[in-house]
Structure formats: C-alpha cells, structure tokens
Design a protein around this ligand. Structure first.
Ligand code: NAI
Length: 286
C-alpha cells in the first residue's frame, strides 16, 4: 500500500504544514489550501522542511521532484481532484462544522475527507456531511516529522474498509497507526491528560517537586518525557482546554486542578511563553 496520489491539506499551519511534508516525502502530489495572509509563511515552512529532509538524506525523492509536487493556494476549489483531504484548521468547533461540508461538496464521490482534530468528536463533525462513510479522524502528533504515532479515529458511520486503508497510508508515511473508536480524547489525549492532571495535583499537594515527579515517570516507567515537561511543551492553555472538554464529557476525574487554571491566568503557558512548570531559556528548545 502506498499513500494516495493526490492529497489536499486544508490549513497549512503547524500541523497542516507537517502533514503536507509527510505526504510529499511518501510520494503524494500535495495541494495546501490556506487563507491569503497565511500562504507565504505556510509555503516557506514546508519548502524549508523539504530542504532539510533532502540535506539529511531522509527524502527518497529529489529536491526538484518534491518542490514540484507542492502547490500552496488560497483557492479551495484546488482540492476538487484530491483522493484524500486532511483538514488541519484551528480547533474551533463552529469553524470545522461549517468548513468540512463545504470541502466535501468539492470532492469526488470516492474521495476521503479526514480531520486532524485533537479533541472534537468525529461523529459530531460527520453529522453535516453527506458521505460520513468516507470521513474519519487522522490525528497526527506534533512535531509531525519526528512523531511516529497517528491515531486513526473511526466514526460510527466510517466505512471499516476505509479505516483499514487509512492505517496502511499511515504505515506508508513511516508512522504507526493506532485505531480508536470515536470517544472523547481518543486514546492519547485521554490517557496523557489524565497523567498530567494527576501530576499537577501532586505538585499542588506538595508531594514532590516538578523535577522529581517527572523523574519518577522518566526513570521509573521509561517515559521519554515527564508529564509536567510534556504539558509545558504542549502548552498549559491547550491542556486546560482539553481537560475542560474531558471534564464535561467524562466527569469529575478530569476536573482541571486550580494550579493549572492559575498558571494559565498568569500567562505561564509553558515553553512558548518561557515559563510553565519549568523555565525555558529559548522557546524552541527541546
Ligand atoms: P495553526 O494555527 O498552526 O494552523 C491552522 C492553519 O489553518 C493556519 O495556517 C490558518 O491560517 C489556517 N486556517 C484558518 N482558517 C482557515 C480556513 N477557513 N481555510 C483554510 N485555512 C484556514 O494550528 P495547528 O496547531 O496546526 O492545529 C490545527 C489542527 O490540528 C487543530 O484541529 C488542532 O487541534 C490539531 N492538532 C494540533 C496539534 C498541536 O500540537 N498543535 C497536535 C495534533 C492536532
């Protein structure tokens, strides 16, 4: 199995740019659609990523082939001939609910529409679509080039054959698919946020320092990064948003701790603001 020949990505930001780059490397012709004021940044970012892959020898296609395989445009109708379109616009429910049917209308009857949503229900997003059997979640992780996990999220109406095919596409990208039924937080956010919230409560209760809580997971459970450092990298505001959503959907065990709310209110959002549970010298340090 290979990746689809013609791929579209709606929203060429942090995730969409990475997704476009991944499909390009795997052999797809890729069209990225973004808003006029975002085109230049989106295109520059993806072309930089292409250059880096070529320099590092991780690209099997030539630089010119990769560059020719990418088109970045504000014209949404350019998605009309795509085999697969991955939506990666901001996590605003109304925006996605309005945009997905408009994109579906442009596509051929066999085309697949996927959302990279990190938390919204695939079934909810599917309610306004006319072909929900051809719709599913493809949840990539950040940063896309180094993250090897993709959650393949099956809605109640998603064709099971499509779920299997999407898993093969993920493997063709050199990543590993995890198949999950549509459920709040899928597999990764639900478990990741549960661990992070407990770590924050432990910090709040003075059980141990942030360093020691993280070290317990890194050294004791072989996690690559501790839950507090991970929260810093993801962004405390992002984590709070997901916790609030899971609290509403799954109950008290996801109630956001007061400390998390206080830190977000104080603008301590983690790596991107220079301070969260840890102090970060440079916003981009690993
Ligand atoms: P971002 O803000 O970096 O990128 C969003 C892009 O969509 C921007 O380039 C923006 O100009 C564009 N856009 C906005 N409205 C549009 C429209 N109507 N048509 C076309 N383009 C439009 O956001 P990011 O972080 O890439 O997130 C995108 C999606 O991926 C969200 O659903 C998010 O939940 C999900 N996600 C984010 C992760 C992360 O760590 N940032 C991880 C996994 C999923």
């Amino acid at each position: 199995m290979t990746v689809p020949a013609k791929v579209g990505v709606l929203g060429g930001g942090r995730m969409g740019g990475g997704i476009a780059h991944a499909f390009l490397l795997a052999g797809s012709d890729v069209v990225v659609v973004d808003q006029p004021d975002a085109l230049e940044t989106a295109e520059a970012g993806i072309r930089r990523a292409i250059a880096t892959s070529v320099e590092r020898g991780t690209a099997l296609r030539s630089r010119s082939d990769l560059d020719a395989g990418l088109r970045v445009t504000a014209d949404r109708t350019a998605l009309g001939d795509r085999d697969l379109v991955v939506e990666a616009i901001p996590e605003i429910p109304e925006l996605k609910a309005a945009t997905l049917p408009a994109v579906e209308e442009l596509l051929g009857p066999d085309a697949v529409l996927a959302s990279n949503t990190s938390s919204l229900s695939i079934d909810d997003l599917a309610t306004r679509l006319t072909r929900p059997a051809r719709f599913l979640g493809l949840h990539f992780f950040n940063p896309v080039p180094v993250s090897t996990l993709v959650e393949v999220v099956a809605g109640a109406a998603t064709d099971p054959a499509l779920v299997a095919t999407a898993g093969e596409w993920v493997r063709a990208l050199g990543k590993t698919p995890v198949t999950v039924r549509d459920a709040p937080g899928f597999a990764s956010s639900r478990l990741g946020v549960a661990l992070a919230l407990e770590a924050i409560r432990m910090l709040e209760d003075g059980v141990a320092s942030a360093e020691d809580i993280d070290a317990a997971m890194v050294l004791g459970y072989k996690h690559a990064t501790g839950p507090l450092r991970t929260t810093d990298v993801v962004g405390l505001d992002v984590r709070l948003g997901i916790a609030e959503y899971l609290h509403e959907k799954l109950g008290e065990r996801f109630a956001p701790p007061a400390l998390l709310r206080e830190m977000v209110a104080a603008g301590k959002l983690g790596r991107k603001t220079g301070e969260g549970f840890f102090v970060w010298d440079r916003p981009d340090q690993p």
